[in-house]
Write a protein that binds this ligand. Structure first.
Ligand SMILES: [Zn+2]
Length: 254
């Protein structure tokens, strides 16, 4: 409570309303409609098969997004059925870049020597060496261009109850392996609530995909440990998805 009241250690999650039928994410403000002075819930406007041959099948999902709850005071408030939490990658990386040695550790891989024909880490692979070359620039050759690895898994937080929560997290792949998976270097990306069975997760990574499009092309500026006075530009690319096979398929849309 002390941390909370002082505004410290905030999670700073962006929260999204989930359509419980098709799992499309919405901002809360976009789910409210004003009818004759009263607020009520919008319905999901997602069209699953936009180009369906039968026009009648190109219909909207139509599931209500919010439920109205009557408070003790008699007021009616609208709450999401399910909420998905997302944490900005840019924010997590900005915090990490302020750690001592983080940036230096991220550049260490350039000095390593590879035995010909022996692959001992991700840096020795073909993909790493050629990544971005088709775009006429080797992405990882530039300082402060980092690669990420994404992971998703479900776990059961409660005993004796079927309730599984999905957690999306990421690591900075460019860090040396002994640093890469330390708890301080693993950061949370999103939390998927129990959706009675594992949902298709493509929609849940939409905020991540949108953010990565920007961090990949223009990057983001932040102060770091090595640049305490002036903003430095960082760029990020997601190079790898490493989870169990069912989760990987869902996450990548295979
Ligand atoms: Zn829907």
């Amino acid at each position: 409570m002390l941390y909370k009241n002082l505004g410290l250690k905030k999670d700073n999650f962006s929260k999204y309303v989930i359509c419980k039928k098709c799992f499309t994410l919405y901002n809360y403000e976009d789910c409210i409609i004003l009818i004759e002075g009263e607020t009520s819930s919008k319905k999901c406007s997602k069209v699953m098969f936009q180009n369906h041959r039968q026009i009648a099948r190109r219909n909207q999902c139509g599931e209500p997004l919010l439920k109205s709850v009557k408070l003790k005071s008699g007021d009616i408030k609208l709450y999401p059925y399910k909420t998905c939490c997302y944490k900005s990658v840019k924010e997590s990386l900005s915090t990490m870049a302020k750690q001592k040695n983080f940036e230096d550790k991220c550049e260490e891989w350039r000095q390593r020597r590879q035995e010909p024909g022996v692959m001992t880490d991700v840096y020795d692979g073909k993909f790493w060496k050629e990544f971005g070359e088709d775009k006429k620039q080797h992405f990882l050759k530039t300082e402060r261009n980092y690669s990420l690895m994404l992971n998703l898994d479900w776990f059961q937080p409660f005993e004796h109850v079927r309730y599984s929560v999905g957690v999306i997290c990421a690591v900075v792949l460019i860090l040396p392996r002994e640093e890469r998976f330390k708890l301080k270097n693993v950061f949370l990306v999103g939390i998927i609530p129990d959706m009675s069975g594992e949902p298709s997760v493509q929609t849940f990574i939409n905020p991540f995909v949108e953010e990565m499009k920007i961090t990949w092309s223009t990057g983001f500026s932040t102060q770091s440990h090595n640049n305490p006075k002036k903003d430095a530009t960082f760029k990020l690319a997601c190079l790898c998805v490493g989870c169990d096979i069912p989760a990987t398929r869902k996450l990548c849309g295979f």
